[in-house]
Design a protein around this ligand. Structure first.
Ligand SMILES: NC(=O)c1ccc[n+]([C@@H]2O[C@H](COP(=O)([O-])OP(=O)(O)OC[C@H]3O[C@@H](n4cnc5c(N)ncnc54)[C@H](OP(=O)(O)O)[C@@H]3O)[C@@H](O)[C@H]2O)c1
Length: 263
């Protein structure tokens, strides 16, 4: 039987690179995003059978249409990758209601809609793999300027873990995985809400979208609960949880001395 993968946010960046990677492995693909011309360009570059679906993942009905189109075209889905997402460049004290709503809609609700659309199909089949693309900032919120994005990805991490725990006793054939990239060389920073001027300096060298796609493809071939695409981030997260104060002092620089001046 054909292997079928659905990828949201497939018109650019990590999603497009993953489409090409899975295409080379012989997957049939369903590619979703808002920019239809870009989606068709990516579809052509995959060398496989592709269904293109224009969808805004902030809308539940659009995500349902992606599932319907996949089942109509290929009859089943093996892998669903909630990859679409967007950053923000705004500090906590400057966040508006609209900023927070946008971060939650595009980074959290989108993936919830995806899970609620496809998991019943996985349950009927007794198998399937849901992959949520989060960020290392969803585990360690060390870039203050990403504020509500970090918060949204933390929520995505929690929902992913809870869905996995929920399904494990009854549906051991369904895998639910979390992917946490660090900085990846895509248009992500330029597309961030409120971005003006150069994006924040990266703490580590950027990975390419292709490198990240290869990690996700490996995760699909050999499912595990979660993966940092940059292996150094596992140790970084351990350091963070061991001593938050020390970690933050190192990330942000030492706090100014507020002790009273000697008299
Ligand atoms: N690049 C990084 O440094 C980095 C680091 C950690 C995690 N990530 C995560 O990796 C994922 C992919 O990001 P990327 O780096 O590939 O960013 P990107 O180059 O900006 O691509 C984002 C993709 O998401 C789609 N998208 C955005 N809003 C959407 C919406 N409302 N509805 C449907 N599709 C939407 C975009 O397509 P359209 O504009 O055509 O809709 C595009 O295909 C995101 O979840 C991001 O949070 C990225």
């Amino acid at each position: 039987m054909l292997n079928v993968a659905v990828i949201t946010g497939a018109s650019a960046g990590i999603g497009a690179a993953l489409a090409r990677h899975l295409g080379r492995q012989g997957y049939c693909l369903v590619l979703a995003a808002r920019r239809v011309a870009e989606l068709h360009k990516v579809a052509k570059s995959t060398g496989t059978e592709v269904e293109v679906v224009t969808a805004d993942v902030r809308r539940r009905a659009d995500v349902e249409r992606v599932k319907d189109a996949a089942l109509r075209r290929f009859g089943h889905v093996d892998v669903w990758v909630n990859n679409a997402g967007r950053g923000i460049a705004r500090r906590v004290l400057d966040l508006s209601d609209a900023d927070v709503d946008e971060m939650v809609a595009v980074n959290v609700k989108s993936a919830l809609y995806g899970a609620q659309a496809i998991v019943p199909h996985f349950q009927e089949r007794g198998r399937g793999h849901l992959v949520n693309v989060s960020s290392v900032l969803g585990r360690v919120p060390f870039v203050a300027q990403r504020s509500a994005y970090n918060a949204a990805k933390h929520a995505l991490n929690a929902l992913t873990a809870n869905l996995r725990m929920e399904l494990r006793p009854t549906h051991p054939g369904i895998h639910v995985s979390l992917v946490m990239p660090g900085v990846v060389a895509t248009d992500f920073a330029a597309n961030a809400l409120g971005q003006s001027g150069p994006p924040p300096a990266a703490a580590a060298p950027a990975q390419s979208a292709e490198e990240v796609a290869a990690v996700i493809a490996e995760l699909i071939a050999h499912p595990v609960p979660e993966v940092y695409t940059n292996p150094a981030h596992s140790e970084m997260a351990a350091r963070y949880f061991q001593d938050v104060a020390a970690f933050e002092a190192q990330a942000a620089g030492p706090a100014p001395d507020t002790s009273p001046a000697p008299r």
